[in-house]
Design a protein around this ligand. Structure first.
Ligand SMILES: NC(=O)C1=CN([C@@H]2O[C@H](COP(=O)(O)OP(=O)(O)OC[C@H]3O[C@@H](n4cnc5c(N)ncnc54)[C@H](O)[C@@H]3O)[C@@H](O)[C@H]2O)C=CC1
Ligand SMILES: O=C(O)C1=N[C@H](C(=O)O)C[C@H](O)C1
Length: 267
């Protein structure tokens, strides 16, 4: 039988954290040893409203949690500020971080990869854990070899803090690996209203839509003479991310470096 992986979850009451708690709760090879929340210090998780029957203790201070608890993996699903601090602390305490929290810059990833490698610890930052979203990004990278004009349209619920989404940034990064920089649109194009053409990366455009009712959706739209190609993915609930979270937790145990993007660990 596979050995049990001891897990801490940061952000257990959030949209994603709640699903991650349920994932660990129903997976016999994973054990929840603590949760780090912005409140509920000292409670057992099961005493917190909406949480399943888990006796893991809740901490409001990540460092104290890491000092008190023997853990293998930290799953972080909080916000960019907290996520960065938590990831650093996890590596300090030899706990492997699996981070779904978005808002990490390329510099953050570089610095944290060096730290993980110095400590010979596995670490994963995955802007999107949904297998379909990873395929959408990979298919977009394939299409970008043949279409140099591309617009990325990402749509999320209106509680989202960061824009563009981590997925949109990762998509643009993957496309930029195969696409020459190109200014798109008319050479004399002018934004009459600031922001009308979205954010930019190497001439690509990224548009961020925020509306109640949405979960997480992205379209990558390519165009060339006489044709367009749209590659689209929709997450209609947060359960869609959980197989990817499980894969990342299991894989982090076997790595000794930081991997950025689930596509790098999917077979
Ligand atoms: N990689 C992926 O597949 C996905 C990533 N995300 C990302 O995950 C993050 C969380 O998303 P949601 O669950 O929708 O957000 P949310 O706002 O529903 O949940 C965040 C939770 O973190 C908690 N929190 C904030 N600061 C904290 C701290 N210092 N210590 C402990 N807990 C803290 C909040 O109390 C809240 O319960 C975001 O960065 C989002 O972009 C979201 C969905 C999928
Ligand atoms: O905040 C969200 O909800 C999501 N965030 C991630 C992102 O920024 O790409 C992943 C997914 O799109 C949901």
């Amino acid at each position: 039988m596979a050995e049990t992986i001891r897990v801490i979850i940061a952000g257990p009451r959030g949209n994603m954290g709640k699903e991650a708690v349920l994932l660990v709760n129903r997976t016999p090879t994973l054990e929840l040893v603590a949760a780090v929340d912005s409140r509920n210090e000292g409670k057992e998780l099961r005493e917190v409203e909406g949480m399943p029957d888990e006796s893991a203790r809740v901490y409001t201070d990540m460092e104290r949690c890491l000092q008190d608890v023997e853990a293998d993996v930290l799953i972080d699903l909080t916000n960019p500020e907290a996520g960065k601090v938590h990831m650093d602390l996890a590596l300090d305490y030899n706990v492997r971080p699996v981070v779904g929290t978005t808002g990490f810059t390329e510099e953050d990833v570089k610095r944290l990869r060096k730290k993980a490698e110095d400590k010979e610890l596995g670490a994963i930052i995955a802007p999107n854990f949904a297998v379909g979203a990873v395929l959408m990004m990979k298919f977009s990278q394939m299409a970008a070899k043949y279409f140099e004009d591309v617009e990325i349209i990402e749509k999320h619920h209106d509680r989202k803090l960061d824009a563009p989404s981590g997925t949109a940034i990762k998509t643009a990064q993957l496309i930029s690996e195969v696409r020459e920089e190109k200014k798109q649109g008319h050479p004399d194009e002018k934004e009459e209203w600031e922001g009308a053409r979205g954010a930019g990366m190497e001439g690509m455009h990224i548009h961020s839509i925020r509306l109640p009712g949405l979960v997480a959706h992205q379209e990558v739209m390519f165009g060339s003479s006489g044709q367009t190609l749209t590659i689209k993915h929709d997450s209609i609930n947060r359960e869609s991310f959980m197989p990817g979270v499980k894969l990342a937790v299991e894989t982090a145990m076997k790595l000794d470096t930081l991997v950025y993007g689930l596509e790098n660990i999917m077979e």
